[in-house]
Design a protein around this ligand. Structure first.
Ligand code: ZN
Length: 418
């Protein structure tokens, strides 16, 4: 059945009986395999030259050069260093967008890596170097099939994901205009076993508060007491040890598991530039955005209970940052193709919000239906945990082939629908 669906994708629309053709998935797999060494070398080059949010000049240059060489219409400087590549197929069809993020994070990479960071204090520990390489891979494959490709593919290479600024900036600069995509897809590295891809990702949003203690409350003892009280709202602790990762991955695949309704609280005492004040700052993440109003109320009441009505100021960010919630219908629409691309047994399904990270792909999903897949990059036998933001993060580069063929197949399948 799945094969029949894919075989139908290459049928011509002119009503003639089409000549038998190779399954597009076979073609895509062949092309992705041939591209793999080049994509690995792109990934390693980006890994050696990581750039922090908002400074992705070199990375954007690499992307723009590649997309231009592939014959895409390329727009640069979109939302900072964002790059938009537009690939118009030879046949009519929908507009399908694909987003890859490009930025790196602060941190010192463990020494001795063959393709280690050459920039002190900056490293790719969130896999955005892989995402960029895979985005270039998908653009390469679809551009090589351009004549028979229906519709238009729009590639969004996004800067500044880590500080959740880039998606909004790209949208503001018209990344989703002319052409306006009908749907959007993305992928993120995750510590699942290499070879697997998880569908249905939801990443938690966040809320933030600042409690400014003044007058008699401006003491370190009061700040510590409030820190302890407010931390009690958290129901889950952050993952700090490698051994915590596998049980967590199992939990988020369980329907009704411990992460179906969870709250993560990170409360810190911050230095104040005014010696007579103490600042207690909190980041709140919840498994559902609907929990934030009640959480704000609970924080206010707890502060009032501890401190009374005066001697402090409690403020929240304007509005909680939204969760990144994959659209179930878009996810389901891609499922048969994903299963065929990576093998049915290699598709994982998520049943809980990933609470420890956010994703500003959320803002694209406020504009368009779409979904994010999680790409397994772990290889325990090679000592690769694959957990983003762990300081020793690395990825099995076989995942570049998996991601490229899976995303090319999913995009092709969606482009082939009206
Ligand atoms: Zn990331």
């Amino acid at each position: 059945m799945k094969r029949l669906v894919l075989a139908a994708l290459l049928l011509t629309s002119c009503g003639k009986t089409p000549a038998p053709q190779e399954s597009p998935l076979a073609t895509i797999t062949e092309k992705a395999t041939a591209l793999q060494p080049e994509l690995i070398s792109i990934r390693r080059d980006l890994h050696r030259h990581p750039e922090l949010s908002g400074t992705e000049r070199r990375t954007a240059g690499v992307v723009a050069e590649r997309l231009t060489a592939l014959g895409l219409e390329v727009r640069t400087g979109i939302g900072g260093h964002g790059v938009v590549g537009i690939l118009r197929g030879g046949r009519p069809g929908p507009v399908v967008a694909y987003r890859a993020d490009m930025d790196a994070v602060v941190g010192q990479e463990p020494p001795g890596r063959e393709y280690g960071s050459t920039v002190p204090g900056v490293q790719h520990v969130c896999g955005h170097d892989l995402h960029t390489a895979i985005g270039i891979g998908v653009a390469s494959i679809l551009s090589s099939l351009r004549e028979q490709m229906p519709g238009t593919a729009v590639f969004l290479f996004q800067p500044a994901e880590e500080n959740i600024q880039g998606a909004q900036a790209m949208i503001r600069d018209g990344a989703l205009v002319d052409p306006r995509p009908d749907v959007i897809y993305a992928l993120h590295s995750f510590p699942f076993r290499v070879g697997t891809v998880a569908q249905g990702a939801v990443f938690a949003g966040l809320d933030q508060f600042t409690l400014e203690l003044t007058g008699e409350h401006a003491t370190s003892a009061v700040a510590q007491r409030l820190q302890a009280r407010l931390s009690e709202f958290g129901t889950v602790a952050p993952l700090k040890q490698a051994e915590q990762v596998a049980p967590y991955l199992a939990d988020i695949q369980k329907p009704g598991g411990p992460y179906s309704t969870a709250i993560y609280m990170n409360v810190k005492i911050s230095p104040s530039d005014v010696p007579t004040r103490f600042l207690v700052r909190g980041t709140v993440k919840a498994s559902s955005d609907s929990m934030y109003p009640q959480l704000r109320q609970s924080v206010k009441e707890a502060v009032e209970r501890e401190l009374g009505a005066t001697g402090y100021q409690l403020s929240f960010r304007d509005a909680p940052f939204p969760s990144m919630s994959s659209d179930p219908q878009v996810t389901a629409g891609a499922a048969p193709t994903l299963a065929e691309a990576v093998g049915e047994g290699n598709v994982l399904t998520l049943h809980a919000t990933h609470i420890y990270s956010g994703e500003d792909f959320a803002l694209f999903l406020q504009q368009l239906p779409g979904t994010m897949f999680l790409l397994g990059v772990a290889n325990p036998a090679r000592g690769i945990l694959g957990a983003p933001h762990f300081p020793d993060f690395d990825a099995d580069e076989e995942s570049i082939l998996i991601g490229t063929k899976a995303m090319s197949s999913v995009l092709w399948q969606r482009l082939s629908q009206s």
